[in-house]
Design a protein around this ligand. Sequence first.
Ligand code: B12
Length: 315
Amino acid sequence: MTSVSKNPQLMLNITAVERDTRIGKDALRVWERRYGFPQPERDTNGERLYPPEQVERLRIIKRLLDAGHRPGRVVALELAQLHELSDALKEPATPTSLAGNAASLQQLEIAQLLALLKTHDPTQLRRRFSQIIMRIGLAHFVLDVAMPLMREVGKAWASGDLHIFEEHLCSEVLETSLRAALATAPEPSANSRPRILLSTVPGESHSLSILMAEALFLVEGCSCMNLGAQTPLHDMISAANAHRSDIVAISFSAASNPGHSADALSELRAMLPATIELWAGTPHATLQRRDLPGISIMAHLEDIPTQIQRWRQQR
Ligand code: B12
């Protein structure tokens, strides 16, 4: 254990670890007994205290479990082995337009954006985002820059290479830049369809993904109403009726619990008129495999153009 972990201010209690990693307290206690990890220290009252390096390992373990690994295969692994498995996780398919040189240019662009983020200058970061949007267009910006950038930001944050405030800064600046681009994009005509309502369910605060989806829907000429994050389900129904939505599109992040997400989706499906399609984006393989009647589960933002085409062809 490093001297950092001896700093009591950096130690987390079990409630904080559960909140931070989304691993339940019961699982944390069971793994400790069964796999010998985590190995928390104890405070003067005998309560568990977890050093930061163990919390970091737990975050990666959670990501691996979400991707379908079993606890017995990953919980006891060392940090380096966890990183190896995590790096090998199937990344969402690289858009086919980005092969060879383009792919390495993209990596360079992301590296430069991360370096710029590290200078903590929101104005420059916003300017760089706007320049890229002008250069490659909104759809390519979302798929080839914003998405991979946020994935890298998530990884860097989980591995301690980026501070939480830097992740927040990146999200905020990206959000402002996307909103500015959306505000100046050509309006879809009043009767353009499908009409799409976007939101997340209560408890899911990751709203950037629906903003990215909105940008792609707009590029496809759809009419969107984005309610932002965490709309109560019955309010979503009222909004869908008021907006005369054809589709309700919901987004779940990697931090969501796939079981809870499936429950919320089934509840929403039961309340929505049958004529309105329900689409849900999730990175969770377990949720993608679930057969939820009347709900289209989508793994990638790249799916949007073909799904819109399908919707239009069916009508
Ligand atoms: C930005 C961010 C935040 C911001 C969100 C700001 C905002 N306004 O959105 C803030 C700081 C608020 C935040 C909070 C938290 N976060 Co966070 N966050 C991220 C980050 C870096 C980017 C999220 C994002 O926008 N991704 C872009 C979207 C598009 O990608 P995606 O979600 O993978 O979506 C894919 C599919 O689901 C699909 N899709 C998604 N939506 C839709 C919609 C449609 C219509 C379609 C077709 C497809 C689709 O497309 C994508 C693939 O192409 C991720 C890292 C990551 N890899 O995602 C972490 C991440 C999701 N967060 C994480 C965590 C742990 C948290 C917190 C629990 C931290 C904490 N202790 O408080 C809280 C959760 C709060 C809550 N109750 O929800 C972890 C989750 C790990 C896990 N497996 O549990 C991640 C993975 C970071 C990490 N590497 O550890 N976070």
